[in-house]
Design a protein around this ligand. Structure first.
Ligand SMILES: *[C@@H]1O[C@H](CO)[C@@H](O)[C@H](O)[C@H]1NC(C)=O
Ligand SMILES: *[C@@H]1O[C@H](CO)[C@@H](O)[C@H](O)[C@H]1NC(C)=O
Ligand SMILES: *[C@@H]1O[C@H](CO)[C@@H](O)[C@H](O)[C@H]1NC(C)=O
Ligand SMILES: *[C@@H]1O[C@H](CO)[C@@H](O)[C@H](O)[C@H]1NC(C)=O
Ligand SMILES: *[C@@H]1O[C@H](CO)[C@@H](O)[C@H](O)[C@H]1NC(C)=O
Length: 405
């Protein structure tokens, strides 16, 4: 990865788990004004230790904090090497992003970016283009509010953790359906993500897309699965067990009925039928009244997206999330050549927007719910620059339409 706008930043070394960037003192801001922004950045950031001794100490603390237990010493020392590489990567990202976005250690720090990409993210692909009738028409009259947020209006459930599985698309679709249900005036309910992962083998052959369980999928196909299935169980009745990596309660997911090997690749080589959709799905437990009738898409205009966010509720979106592994805080604004908007590999839930004034000027952002646990990023959420098609965030915006009842 190469970033062109590298500048020298003064670091202070601290052992804290999360780096922070501080605005420099007033007299330094004066120097900034006199000397110019290009040679004197306005923030300084903490740096993780990179020497082996300190990194090892940090690794021990980190393992304790995240309850990491490895099967044997060989695996553990391999993980420590990865951890050490990640400390360097995080330090490097903090330099390159100059405190506008900060990066830090989190529960994903024992995965190399490559492993992260292949297990947590989905294979990279372009956003599908839908039939014209799918797209919602804009009917904007007057200005939109400066900021908006569904999270404090009982339309968004608690942040979940997908674990080591490429099931983000199911979390994104369920997040949207939970919002749609709440928008109908129903009590906010956690619906079953595992039902989608286990049971949804939908495909769109002309588009060359399919839902592939832990190997990725699309929210627009997940809505079609729920339409076809006729309902959804709640999270409590059909709880999430994919991607828990051998922890208690983990399941060995079988390919969903209809799983297309041509489009999805081979399923995992072992699976336990007693943990499959065929055994677990109980249509008698479908949540009363919840039916998906249809679904729609929103075009790439980010004003239209804001309009529909307010009108419809939280929306399913997708993006290129390669650089988000260690995101900690701030408005994510990478240059396009390190975040190709045509390489979508992660689906999430758009819940709000706003603008932030800071020493860097005013920046418009989207507020987005992720599925990497409540400790990741900004309490499980992240913000990304709004209005410039960052990382493809505006290219795959969809929502289910529920049947009235
Ligand atoms: C939600 O939060 C936003 C900003 O944080 C605020 O403007 C809005 O009034 C809040 N809404 C409710 C219903 O509390
Ligand atoms: C949803 O599940 C979370 C745990 O992930 C729980 O804390 C929360 O209370 C549940 N929300 C509802 C509305 O049931
Ligand atoms: C699976 O996908 C391939 C390639 O798109 C398609 O030709 C085939 O018909 C699909 N298989 C099934 C069983 O639908
Ligand atoms: C399959 O799953 C069931 C229920 O979770 C469990 O009791 C059983 O031991 C598993 N079988 C194998 C071969 O792992
Ligand atoms: C986006 O939509 C808004 C409102 O519908 C419109 O004013 C604006 O010109 C559109 N922007 C682009 C780039 O098409």
């Amino acid at each position: 990865m190469k970033l062109s706008y590298h500048r020298t930043v003064t670091f202070i070394a601290r052992k804290d788990h999360l780096p922070q960037c501080f605005p420099r003192m007033t007299f330094r801001i004066l120097i900034f004004v006199l000397v110019g922004a290009f040679i004197y950045p306005l923030t300084r950031c903490d740096k993780y230790p990179e020497d082996k001794g300190s990194a090892f100490q940090l690794f021990q603390d980190w393992k304790r904090e995240h309850n990491k237990v490895y099967r044997n010493h060989v695996i553990e020392s391999g993980k420590f090497k990865v951890f050490q590489e990640n400390l360097k990567l995080i330090n490097d990202l903090n330099v390159k992003f100059q405190g506008k976005t900060t990066f830090g250690l989190n529960h994903l720090a024992d995965m190399s970016p490559r492993e992260f990409s292949s297990t947590v993210l989905m294979p990279k692909r372009r956003a599908p283009v839908f039939e014209k009738e799918r797209y919602v028409r804009s009917s904007l009259s007057g200005a939109l509010p400066d900021s908006f947020d569904w999270t404090n209006q009982s339309k968004v459930t608690a942040v979940k953790d997908q674990g080591a599985a490429g099931s983000c698309w199911a979390f994104s679709a369920i997040g949207n359906i939970e919002g749609q249900w709440a928008m109908m005036g129903k009590p906010l309910t956690n619906f079953s993500v595992e039902q989608i992962v286990d049971c949804d083998g939908m495909e769109d052959v002309p588009k060359g897309e399919a839902d592939c369980g832990v190997f990725g999928g699309w929210p627009f196909l997940a809505y079609q699965y729920v339409m076809k299935a006729g309902g959804l169980e709640t999270w409590e009745d059909y709880w999430y067990c994919s991607g828990l990596g051998g922890a208690p309660g983990t399941c060995e997911v079988c390919p969903a009925p209809g799983y297309n090997t041509t489009l999805c690749g081979p399923p995992i080589p072992y699976c336990n039928m007693s943990q499959s959709c065929v055994t677990k799905l109980d249509v008698n437990k479908f949540h009363p009244g919840l039916k998906v009738a249809s679904w729609k898409a929103i075009d790439q205009n980010e004003t239209s997206i804001a309009e529909q966010l307010i009108k419809l509720g939280p929306l399913s979106v997708a993006l290129n999330a390669e650089l988000l592994q260690f995101y900690h805080h701030g408005i994510f604004d990478p240059p396009t050549f390190v975040c190709d908007p045509k390489n979508l590999d992660h689906a999430v839930l758009l819940v709000g927007y706003g603008s932030e004034k800071s020493i860097f000027g005013t920046k418009d952002y989207w507020k987005i719910k992720n599925s990497w646990g409540p400790k990741w990023g900004e309490k499980g959420y992240f913000r990304i620059l709004r209005g410039q098609g960052k990382c493809g965030i505006n290219t795959a915006v969809t929502s289910a339409v529920l049947a009235p009842n």
